[in-house]
Design a protein around this ligand. Structure first.
Ligand SMILES: Cc1cc2nc3c(=O)[nH]c(=O)nc-3n(C[C@H](O)[C@H](O)[C@H](O)COP(=O)(O)OP(=O)(O)OC[C@H]3O[C@@H](n4cnc5c(N)ncnc54)[C@H](O)[C@@H]3O)c2cc1C
Ligand code: SF4
Length: 333
Protein backbone atom coordinates (compact mmCIF):
# COMPACT_ATOMS: atom_id res chain seq x y z
CA UNK A 1 0.00 0.00 0.00
CA UNK A 2 1.32 3.45 -0.94
CA UNK A 3 1.64 6.14 1.73
CA UNK A 4 -0.51 9.19 0.96
CA UNK A 5 -0.38 12.50 2.77
CA UNK A 6 -3.55 14.51 3.34
CA UNK A 7 -4.12 18.23 3.75
CA UNK A 8 -7.38 20.08 4.24
CA UNK A 9 -7.46 23.45 2.50
CA UNK A 10 -9.45 26.30 4.00
CA UNK A 11 -9.24 28.78 1.14
CA UNK A 12 -8.34 28.89 -2.54
CA UNK A 13 -4.79 30.11 -2.08
CA UNK A 14 -3.94 27.46 0.52
CA UNK A 15 -5.37 24.79 -1.81
CA UNK A 16 -3.27 26.03 -4.73
CA UNK A 17 -0.18 26.25 -2.51
CA UNK A 18 -0.72 22.76 -1.14
CA UNK A 19 -1.01 21.35 -4.65
CA UNK A 20 2.45 22.44 -5.78
CA UNK A 21 4.03 19.15 -4.71
CA UNK A 22 4.22 16.79 -7.74
CA UNK A 23 1.72 13.93 -7.48
CA UNK A 24 -0.85 15.98 -5.55
CA UNK A 25 -4.53 15.73 -6.38
CA UNK A 26 -7.56 17.67 -5.16
CA UNK A 27 -10.40 15.63 -3.72
CA UNK A 28 -14.01 16.80 -3.95
CA UNK A 29 -16.84 14.32 -3.43
CA UNK A 30 -14.38 11.47 -4.02
CA UNK A 31 -16.90 9.46 -6.06
CA UNK A 32 -14.51 8.98 -8.96
CA UNK A 33 -11.09 9.54 -7.45
CA UNK A 34 -11.47 7.00 -4.63
CA UNK A 35 -12.59 4.29 -7.08
CA UNK A 36 -9.54 5.02 -9.22
CA UNK A 37 -7.25 4.89 -6.21
CA UNK A 38 -8.77 1.63 -4.95
CA UNK A 39 -8.18 0.08 -8.37
CA UNK A 40 -4.58 1.29 -8.51
CA UNK A 41 -5.35 3.32 -11.64
CA UNK A 42 -4.44 6.63 -10.00
CA UNK A 43 -1.73 6.84 -7.34
CA UNK A 44 -1.55 10.31 -5.81
CA UNK A 45 1.18 10.99 -3.25
CA UNK A 46 -0.89 13.69 -1.59
CA UNK A 47 -4.58 14.57 -1.42
CA UNK A 48 -5.76 18.13 -0.88
CA UNK A 49 -9.30 18.08 0.49
CA UNK A 50 -11.06 21.12 -0.97
CA UNK A 51 -14.52 20.48 0.45
CA UNK A 52 -14.13 22.96 3.35
CA UNK A 53 -13.14 25.94 1.21
CA UNK A 54 -15.60 28.70 1.99
CA UNK A 55 -17.57 30.34 -0.82
CA UNK A 56 -17.19 27.68 -3.51
CA UNK A 57 -20.47 25.98 -2.64
CA UNK A 58 -22.80 28.76 -3.73
CA UNK A 59 -24.80 29.71 -6.83
CA UNK A 60 -24.93 33.44 -7.61
CA UNK A 61 -26.05 35.72 -10.42
CA UNK A 62 -23.47 37.60 -12.50
CA UNK A 63 -23.71 41.30 -13.42
CA UNK A 64 -24.41 40.44 -17.08
CA UNK A 65 -27.39 38.26 -16.09
CA UNK A 66 -25.45 35.00 -16.22
CA UNK A 67 -24.94 32.53 -13.37
CA UNK A 68 -21.89 31.40 -11.42
CA UNK A 69 -21.98 27.90 -9.95
CA UNK A 70 -19.22 27.27 -7.42
CA UNK A 71 -17.00 24.25 -8.00
CA UNK A 72 -18.09 22.69 -4.69
CA UNK A 73 -21.82 22.88 -5.35
CA UNK A 74 -23.06 19.31 -5.21
CA UNK A 75 -24.56 17.96 -8.44
CA UNK A 76 -27.98 17.52 -6.79
CA UNK A 77 -27.96 21.08 -5.42
CA UNK A 78 -26.98 22.50 -8.80
CA UNK A 79 -29.69 20.50 -10.58
CA UNK A 80 -32.38 21.54 -8.12
CA UNK A 81 -31.38 25.18 -7.64
CA UNK A 82 -34.32 27.43 -8.57
CA UNK A 83 -32.24 29.64 -10.88
CA UNK A 84 -30.73 26.65 -12.68
CA UNK A 85 -34.11 24.97 -13.14
CA UNK A 86 -35.78 28.14 -14.33
CA UNK A 87 -33.03 29.68 -16.50
CA UNK A 88 -30.90 26.70 -17.54
CA UNK A 89 -33.26 23.71 -17.64
CA UNK A 90 -30.87 21.98 -20.05
CA UNK A 91 -28.21 21.88 -17.33
CA UNK A 92 -30.66 20.72 -14.69
CA UNK A 93 -31.90 17.89 -16.94
CA UNK A 94 -28.34 16.80 -17.79
CA UNK A 95 -27.29 16.71 -14.14
CA UNK A 96 -30.35 14.68 -13.17
CA UNK A 97 -29.61 12.20 -15.98
CA UNK A 98 -26.24 11.40 -14.38
CA UNK A 99 -25.39 8.67 -11.86
CA UNK A 100 -27.82 8.09 -8.94
CA UNK A 101 -29.37 10.36 -6.32
CA UNK A 102 -26.79 9.24 -3.73
CA UNK A 103 -23.86 9.95 -6.06
CA UNK A 104 -25.28 13.31 -7.10
CA UNK A 105 -25.52 14.25 -3.41
CA UNK A 106 -21.76 13.70 -3.06
CA UNK A 107 -20.39 14.69 -6.47
CA UNK A 108 -19.21 18.27 -6.96
CA UNK A 109 -19.37 20.42 -10.07
CA UNK A 110 -15.56 20.61 -10.29
CA UNK A 111 -15.18 16.86 -9.84
CA UNK A 112 -17.83 16.17 -12.46
CA UNK A 113 -15.85 18.17 -15.04
CA UNK A 114 -12.69 16.25 -14.16
CA UNK A 115 -14.10 12.70 -13.97
CA UNK A 116 -12.10 10.19 -16.01
CA UNK A 117 -13.32 8.10 -18.92
CA UNK A 118 -15.28 4.90 -18.30
CA UNK A 119 -13.28 2.88 -20.83
CA UNK A 120 -13.17 -0.55 -19.12
CA UNK A 121 -9.54 -1.12 -20.14
CA UNK A 122 -8.56 2.10 -18.37
CA UNK A 123 -10.07 0.86 -15.09
CA UNK A 124 -8.70 -2.68 -15.29
CA UNK A 125 -4.96 -2.66 -14.62
CA UNK A 126 -4.79 -6.31 -15.75
CA UNK A 127 -4.81 -4.80 -19.24
CA UNK A 128 -1.36 -3.32 -19.55
CA UNK A 129 -2.05 -1.50 -22.83
CA UNK A 130 -3.69 1.84 -22.05
CA UNK A 131 -2.08 5.05 -23.27
CA UNK A 132 -4.31 7.10 -21.00
CA UNK A 133 -3.17 5.22 -17.87
CA UNK A 134 0.39 4.49 -19.03
CA UNK A 135 1.56 6.68 -21.94
CA UNK A 136 3.25 4.66 -24.68
CA UNK A 137 1.74 1.32 -23.61
CA UNK A 138 -0.79 1.02 -26.45
CA UNK A 139 -4.58 0.88 -26.54
CA UNK A 140 -6.39 -2.34 -25.69
CA UNK A 141 -9.72 -0.93 -26.87
CA UNK A 142 -8.78 -0.34 -30.51
CA UNK A 143 -8.76 -4.08 -31.26
CA UNK A 144 -10.86 -5.02 -28.24
CA UNK A 145 -14.48 -4.52 -27.22
CA UNK A 146 -15.23 -0.98 -28.32
CA UNK A 147 -19.01 -0.75 -28.45
CA UNK A 148 -19.07 2.21 -26.05
CA UNK A 149 -16.13 4.09 -27.55
CA UNK A 150 -15.67 7.16 -29.73
CA UNK A 151 -16.97 7.69 -33.24
CA UNK A 152 -15.69 11.27 -33.55
CA UNK A 153 -12.32 12.90 -32.90
CA UNK A 154 -10.49 9.73 -31.80
CA UNK A 155 -6.78 9.15 -32.45
CA UNK A 156 -4.60 6.11 -33.02
CA UNK A 157 -3.58 6.49 -29.35
CA UNK A 158 -7.00 6.45 -27.67
CA UNK A 159 -10.68 6.01 -28.59
CA UNK A 160 -12.18 6.72 -25.16
CA UNK A 161 -15.19 8.99 -24.57
CA UNK A 162 -15.85 11.60 -21.91
CA UNK A 163 -18.59 10.29 -19.58
CA UNK A 164 -19.93 13.53 -18.06
CA UNK A 165 -23.57 14.44 -18.75
CA UNK A 166 -23.24 17.85 -17.15
CA UNK A 167 -20.39 18.76 -19.49
CA UNK A 168 -22.53 18.14 -22.58
CA UNK A 169 -25.04 20.73 -21.42
CA UNK A 170 -22.28 23.17 -20.45
CA UNK A 171 -20.73 22.81 -23.92
CA UNK A 172 -24.05 23.61 -25.58
CA UNK A 173 -24.60 26.60 -23.29
CA UNK A 174 -21.15 28.11 -24.01
CA UNK A 175 -20.13 28.09 -20.35
CA UNK A 176 -16.75 29.20 -19.02
CA UNK A 177 -14.61 27.45 -16.43
CA UNK A 178 -12.97 29.73 -13.86
CA UNK A 179 -9.71 28.39 -12.40
CA UNK A 180 -7.05 29.53 -9.92
CA UNK A 181 -3.45 28.42 -10.04
CA UNK A 182 0.12 29.37 -9.19
CA UNK A 183 0.01 31.98 -11.98
CA UNK A 184 -3.28 33.46 -10.78
CA UNK A 185 -6.81 33.26 -12.11
CA UNK A 186 -7.94 32.52 -15.64
CA UNK A 187 -11.12 31.69 -17.50
CA UNK A 188 -11.27 28.78 -19.96
CA UNK A 189 -14.06 28.72 -22.58
CA UNK A 190 -15.83 25.40 -22.17
CA UNK A 191 -15.00 24.24 -25.70
CA UNK A 192 -11.30 24.55 -24.84
CA UNK A 193 -11.50 22.84 -21.45
CA UNK A 194 -11.68 19.17 -22.49
CA UNK A 195 -9.19 17.85 -25.09
CA UNK A 196 -9.26 15.43 -27.97
CA UNK A 197 -6.79 12.58 -27.35
CA UNK A 198 -4.29 13.26 -30.17
CA UNK A 199 -0.83 12.12 -29.10
CA UNK A 200 -1.51 12.84 -25.39
CA UNK A 201 -4.55 10.83 -24.29
CA UNK A 202 -3.21 10.94 -20.73
CA UNK A 203 -4.37 14.58 -20.65
CA UNK A 204 -8.15 14.92 -20.48
CA UNK A 205 -8.26 18.70 -20.08
CA UNK A 206 -6.25 21.87 -20.57
CA UNK A 207 -6.11 22.48 -16.81
CA UNK A 208 -2.49 23.14 -15.83
CA UNK A 209 -0.70 21.39 -13.03
CA UNK A 210 -1.83 22.69 -9.64
CA UNK A 211 -4.82 24.63 -11.00
CA UNK A 212 -8.06 24.46 -9.04
CA UNK A 213 -11.47 24.84 -10.69
CA UNK A 214 -13.34 27.45 -8.66
CA UNK A 215 -16.55 27.89 -10.66
CA UNK A 216 -18.50 27.34 -13.84
CA UNK A 217 -20.01 30.50 -15.32
CA UNK A 218 -23.00 30.55 -17.62
CA UNK A 219 -23.83 33.37 -20.04
CA UNK A 220 -27.22 35.11 -19.79
CA UNK A 221 -30.03 32.59 -20.32
CA UNK A 222 -31.33 32.81 -23.87
CA UNK A 223 -32.17 29.12 -24.19
CA UNK A 224 -34.42 28.65 -21.18
CA UNK A 225 -37.63 28.25 -23.16
CA UNK A 226 -36.57 25.61 -25.68
CA UNK A 227 -34.08 23.10 -24.35
CA UNK A 228 -33.88 19.34 -23.99
CA UNK A 229 -31.27 16.84 -22.80
CA UNK A 230 -31.71 13.36 -24.22
CA UNK A 231 -29.63 10.49 -22.90
CA UNK A 232 -29.69 7.10 -24.63
CA UNK A 233 -28.27 4.26 -22.54
CA UNK A 234 -28.44 0.53 -22.14
CA UNK A 235 -30.78 0.71 -19.13
CA UNK A 236 -33.15 3.41 -17.97
CA UNK A 237 -31.09 4.70 -15.05
CA UNK A 238 -27.68 4.48 -13.42
CA UNK A 239 -25.84 4.00 -16.69
CA UNK A 240 -23.49 6.14 -18.74
CA UNK A 241 -24.65 7.49 -22.10
CA UNK A 242 -24.19 5.50 -25.28
CA UNK A 243 -25.13 8.77 -26.94
CA UNK A 244 -26.57 11.95 -25.47
CA UNK A 245 -27.73 15.21 -27.01
CA UNK A 246 -28.05 18.64 -25.43
CA UNK A 247 -30.28 20.74 -27.68
CA UNK A 248 -31.17 24.39 -27.13
CA UNK A 249 -33.09 26.63 -29.49
CA UNK A 250 -34.27 30.19 -29.86
CA UNK A 251 -37.46 30.10 -31.92
CA UNK A 252 -39.37 32.72 -33.90
CA UNK A 253 -42.67 30.93 -34.34
CA UNK A 254 -41.81 27.85 -36.41
CA UNK A 255 -38.40 29.18 -37.47
CA UNK A 256 -35.15 28.53 -35.62
CA UNK A 257 -33.39 31.80 -34.77
CA UNK A 258 -30.36 30.04 -33.26
CA UNK A 259 -29.47 26.51 -32.21
CA UNK A 260 -26.95 24.94 -29.87
CA UNK A 261 -26.34 21.21 -30.08
CA UNK A 262 -23.73 19.17 -28.22
CA UNK A 263 -23.25 15.41 -28.20
CA UNK A 264 -22.06 13.17 -25.39
CA UNK A 265 -20.81 9.57 -25.51
CA UNK A 266 -19.28 10.02 -28.95
CA UNK A 267 -15.88 11.65 -28.38
CA UNK A 268 -13.08 12.33 -25.91
CA UNK A 269 -14.79 15.66 -25.18
CA UNK A 270 -18.35 16.98 -25.44
CA UNK A 271 -18.82 17.38 -29.19
CA UNK A 272 -20.38 20.58 -30.52
CA UNK A 273 -22.36 19.97 -33.70
CA UNK A 274 -21.49 23.32 -35.30
CA UNK A 275 -22.50 22.38 -38.84
CA UNK A 276 -25.93 21.21 -37.65
CA UNK A 277 -26.43 24.40 -35.64
CA UNK A 278 -25.70 26.52 -38.72
CA UNK A 279 -28.03 24.47 -40.92
CA UNK A 280 -30.91 25.01 -38.49
CA UNK A 281 -30.38 28.72 -37.83
CA UNK A 282 -32.69 30.93 -39.86
CA UNK A 283 -34.72 28.02 -41.22
CA UNK A 284 -38.17 26.63 -40.49
CA UNK A 285 -37.90 23.54 -38.32
CA UNK A 286 -39.15 21.05 -40.90
CA UNK A 287 -38.29 17.38 -41.23
CA UNK A 288 -35.99 17.78 -44.24
CA UNK A 289 -33.91 20.52 -42.59
CA UNK A 290 -33.65 18.63 -39.32
CA UNK A 291 -32.70 15.33 -40.98
CA UNK A 292 -30.04 17.11 -43.05
CA UNK A 293 -28.65 18.85 -39.97
CA UNK A 294 -28.50 15.55 -38.05
CA UNK A 295 -26.64 13.90 -40.95
CA UNK A 296 -24.19 16.80 -41.15
CA UNK A 297 -23.45 16.47 -37.43
CA UNK A 298 -22.17 12.94 -37.99
CA UNK A 299 -20.53 13.44 -41.38
CA UNK A 300 -17.05 13.03 -39.91
CA UNK A 301 -17.92 9.96 -37.84
CA UNK A 302 -15.36 7.12 -37.97
CA UNK A 303 -16.87 4.23 -36.01
CA UNK A 304 -14.89 1.44 -34.39
CA UNK A 305 -15.50 -2.25 -35.09
CA UNK A 306 -18.37 -2.60 -32.58
CA UNK A 307 -20.08 0.79 -32.59
CA UNK A 308 -21.26 1.71 -36.10
CA UNK A 309 -24.75 1.72 -34.56
CA UNK A 310 -23.85 4.93 -32.72
CA UNK A 311 -23.86 6.96 -35.93
CA UNK A 312 -27.53 6.33 -36.68
CA UNK A 313 -28.36 6.45 -32.98
CA UNK A 314 -26.79 9.91 -32.67
CA UNK A 315 -28.59 11.19 -35.77
CA UNK A 316 -31.93 9.95 -34.46
CA UNK A 317 -31.18 11.35 -31.00
CA UNK A 318 -30.44 14.79 -32.47
CA UNK A 319 -33.76 14.77 -34.34
CA UNK A 320 -35.66 13.76 -31.22
CA UNK A 321 -33.86 16.15 -28.87
CA UNK A 322 -34.36 19.14 -31.18
CA UNK A 323 -38.04 18.28 -31.63
CA UNK A 324 -38.44 17.98 -27.86
CA UNK A 325 -36.64 21.29 -27.36
CA UNK A 326 -39.03 22.93 -29.81
CA UNK A 327 -41.97 21.47 -27.89
CA UNK A 328 -42.87 19.09 -30.71
CA UNK A 329 -42.95 15.85 -28.81
CA UNK A 330 -44.81 14.15 -31.65
CA UNK A 331 -42.09 15.04 -34.20
CA UNK A 332 -42.16 17.55 -37.05
CA UNK A 333 -44.42 17.42 -40.05
C1 LIG B 1 -21.61 4.11 -10.35
C2 LIG B 1 -21.41 5.47 -10.95
C3 LIG B 1 -22.25 5.91 -11.96
C4 LIG B 1 -22.05 7.18 -12.51
N1 LIG B 1 -22.87 7.60 -13.53
C5 LIG B 1 -22.65 8.82 -14.10
C6 LIG B 1 -23.44 9.28 -15.19
O1 LIG B 1 -24.35 8.60 -15.65
N2 LIG B 1 -23.18 10.51 -15.70
C7 LIG B 1 -22.18 11.30 -15.20
O2 LIG B 1 -21.99 12.41 -15.70
N3 LIG B 1 -21.42 10.89 -14.19
C8 LIG B 1 -21.62 9.67 -13.64
N4 LIG B 1 -20.83 9.25 -12.62
C9 LIG B 1 -19.65 10.02 -12.27
C10 LIG B 1 -19.89 11.06 -11.23
O3 LIG B 1 -20.68 12.10 -11.79
C11 LIG B 1 -18.50 11.59 -10.86
O4 LIG B 1 -17.87 10.56 -10.12
C12 LIG B 1 -18.57 12.85 -10.04
O5 LIG B 1 -19.20 13.89 -10.76
C13 LIG B 1 -17.17 13.29 -9.65
O6 LIG B 1 -17.29 14.36 -8.74
P1 LIG B 1 -16.53 14.30 -7.34
O7 LIG B 1 -16.72 15.61 -6.68
O8 LIG B 1 -16.92 13.10 -6.56
O9 LIG B 1 -15.04 14.18 -7.85
P2 LIG B 1 -13.75 13.46 -7.18
O10 LIG B 1 -13.90 11.99 -7.27
O11 LIG B 1 -13.51 14.08 -5.84
O12 LIG B 1 -12.65 13.97 -8.17
C14 LIG B 1 -12.64 13.60 -9.53
C15 LIG B 1 -11.44 14.29 -10.19
O13 LIG B 1 -11.64 15.69 -10.19
C16 LIG B 1 -10.54 16.36 -9.58
N5 LIG B 1 -11.13 17.54 -8.94
C17 LIG B 1 -12.20 17.56 -8.10
N6 LIG B 1 -12.55 18.82 -7.83
C18 LIG B 1 -11.67 19.62 -8.49
C19 LIG B 1 -11.53 21.03 -8.61
N7 LIG B 1 -12.36 21.89 -8.00
N8 LIG B 1 -10.51 21.51 -9.37
C20 LIG B 1 -9.67 20.66 -10.03
N9 LIG B 1 -9.77 19.32 -9.95
C21 LIG B 1 -10.78 18.81 -9.20
C22 LIG B 1 -9.93 15.34 -8.65
O14 LIG B 1 -8.57 15.59 -8.41
C23 LIG B 1 -10.14 14.06 -9.47
O15 LIG B 1 -9.12 13.96 -10.44
C24 LIG B 1 -21.01 8.01 -12.03
C25 LIG B 1 -20.19 7.57 -10.98
C26 LIG B 1 -20.37 6.31 -10.44
C27 LIG B 1 -19.47 5.86 -9.34
S1 SF4 C 1 -9.40 3.85 -25.41
FE1 SF4 C 1 -8.01 5.20 -24.25
S2 SF4 C 1 -8.59 4.75 -22.14
FE2 SF4 C 1 -9.30 3.02 -23.36
S3 SF4 C 1 -7.65 1.50 -23.46
FE3 SF4 C 1 -7.38 2.84 -25.20
S4 SF4 C 1 -5.94 4.37 -24.44
FE4 SF4 C 1 -6.83 3.43 -22.64
Amino acid sequence: MDAISYERATDISSAVRAAQQPGTMFIGGGTNLLDLMKGGVTRPVKLVDITRIQGLDTVSTLPDGGLRIGALVRNSDAANHALVRERYPLLSQALLAGASAQLRNMATVGGNLMQRTRCPYFYDTAFTACNKREPGSGCAAINGHNRTHAILGASTQCIAVNPSDMSVALAALDANVRVSGPQGERVIPFGDFHRLPGERPDLDTTLRSGELITAVELPPPIYSEHAHYLKVRDRASYAFALVSVAAALQMDGGTVRSARIALGGVAHKPWRANAAEQMLAGHPLDKATLDAAASAALSEARPQRDNAFKVRLAQNAIVRAVNEAAGRTGGVA
